[in-house]
Design a protein around this ligand. Structure first.
Ligand code: ATP
Length: 453
């Protein structure tokens, strides 16, 4: 497969990511859909002016959301569209005023390196607040356009990196963003190795809350991986890098290969997919967090893709023996190749493992919980686990020992694995991409894949 991949166009971003057709239009609105999308009502944003999807966003501080994923192309050139969007972020960035980045911000040290430019700290000249400034070349203009639109569309969620302003000079666009001073999740993983179940559950809960929000807002990120999950100084996660993100209407399918090899969902390789690809990517991440290695590996791209499509994960040996059954249950649901049966972002959030580690009292989870398959557990439902957790939280006068609490919860959790109520799989949607899918790949894709961890 690798040899058939055309090289990525100059200026397109994310070299370790797979991107669809180089001639792909600016927004997902013009992507090939596998079937006609149902119209999606535009979500109300906090800023009432943000509902203006009319394209007349250039004046009066109107914040432009991304164009509706209606299947219709905007009648203007990407360049004009981008200028209008840039003007909408904040009045100071309007193209007509020709304000330069340097007039408002002082550029500082480099804090990150993207594939097509660097990210540097920048400090506001007025007030001294620090931000991150990402420089993107102008010959990737369409991609920048989409990234800006989607970041605006999603802005306001605490788990999303906020876009503050956009500037341009002759060669580049500069995206001034909220600074995430805690670095990347990937670096934390490299420093610390495997995460405890509790810590992994907190990461997954925070991540899936953001992913759920993106999906509700009609955005598929398409590149969920630890490089794109940033941390604040306080350790909270922020989802970044919307360069591959796409907007979808309800029920609309995407085509065109996009993502990062080790994290890409099998249906992406088949060329027709939905927002569930983000759940798969997060499932790969959870596997790495708990097990310490990527689930699907290979010495070449072909081998990795083959593994993604065919390898049956063995959750019963090696490091899995000391990982709870519930964690394994969740990973297997997130890495389910049957897309309609794959758990949704919302369902991940209510999975017993996530709820247990993130909502139950700390005292019950800090001990060495070892959930094995051998425990003969009573048949109890997830509702009862919830009640159990709540009773421990509220019953401060309880005379039960901590040991009894933990034992009860372990039993309950073990039992729950067979009782988890995940919604019934939806009927498989017809998926019939009419046009062959092109795939782009940068020259260093392979090396990035091999050095991912
Ligand atoms: N808001 C931010 N705060 C702090 N650091 C950031 C921020 N945005 C980006 N970075 C740093 O810059 C790096 C590159 O950023 P980003 O992923 O957005 O660029 P990119 O060109 O899209 O890269 P790629 O597509 O290869 O992931 C990040 O991995 C991170 O280390």
């Amino acid at each position: 497969m690798e040899s058939s991949l055309p090289r990525k166009r100059k200026g397109a971003r994310s070299a370790c990511s797979l991107v669809g057709s180089s001639h792909e239009p600016t927004t997902v609105a013009r992507k090939r859909a596998c079937r006609e999308p149902k119209p999606r009502p535009e979500k109300k944003k906090k800023d009432p002016s943000s509902d203006d999807a009319s394209g007349r966003g250039g004046g009066g501080g109107v914040v432009q959301t991304a164009p509706p994923a209606s299947g219709r192309a905007a009648p203007e050139s990407p360049s004009r569209g981008l200028k209008r969007k840039l003007g909408c972020i904040e009045s100071a960035t309007r193209m007509g005023r020709k304000k330069r980045l340097e007039s408002e911000y002082e550029l500082g040290a480099e804090i990150g390196q993207g594939k097509f430019g660097s990210v540097r700290i920048c400090r506001a000249k007025v007030g001294g607040e620090e931000f991150a400034c990402k420089a993107l070349p102008k010959n990737g203009e369409e991609t920048v356009h989409r990234e800006v639109e989607i970041m605006q569309h999603l802005s306001g969620h605490p788990g999303i990196v906020t876009l503050k302003a956009v500037f341009e000079d002759a060669d580049k666009f500069y995206l001034v963003m909220e600074l995430c001073g805690g670095g990347r999740l990937l670096d934390e993983m490299a420093r610390e190795g495997k995460f405890s179940e509790q810590r992994a559950a907190i990461v997954i809960k925070d991540l899936m809350s953001v992913v759920k929000y993106c999906h509700e807002m009609g955005v598929v990120h398409r590149d969920i991986k630890p490089e794109n999950i940033l941390l604040t100084k306080a350790g909270k996660i922020k989802l970044a890098d919307f360069g591959l993100a796409a907007r979808v209407a309800d029920g609309q399918k995407l085509s065109g290969i996009a993502g990062s090899p080790a994290y890409v969902a099998p249906e992406v390789l088949s060329g027709c997919y939905s927002e569930k690809v983000d759940v798969w990517g997060a499932g790969v991440l959870l596997h790495v967090l708990l097990h310490g290695s990527l689930p699907f590996q290979g010495g070449s791209l072909d081998a990795v893709f083959e593994a993604i499509k065919t390898v049956e994960l063995d959750f019963h040996s090696g490091p899995w023996e000391s990982i709870s059954s519930l964690a394994r249950d969740l990973i297997s649901r997130m890495l389910n190749r049957d897309v309609p049966s794959r758990i949704t972002a919302d369902e991940v959030l209510s999975h017993p493992w996530v709820v247990f580690y993130t909502e139950c009292p700390l005292k019950a989870v800090t001990a060495n919980l070892s959930i094995t398959n051998n425990i003969v557990a009573p048949r109890i439902t997830w509702d009862r686990i919830r009640l159990h957790c709540e009773s421990i939280s509220s019953d401060s006068s309880s005379q039960r020992s901590a040991d009894q609490d933990e034992c009860g919860i372990v039993d309950a959790l073990t039992a729950a694995i067979t009782n988890v109520r995940i919604s019934e799989p939806k009927r498989s949607r017809l998926c019939n991409p009419a046009i062959p899918i092109q795939q782009e790949c940068s020259s260093n894709l392979k090396s990035n894949l091999c050095t991912a961890f």
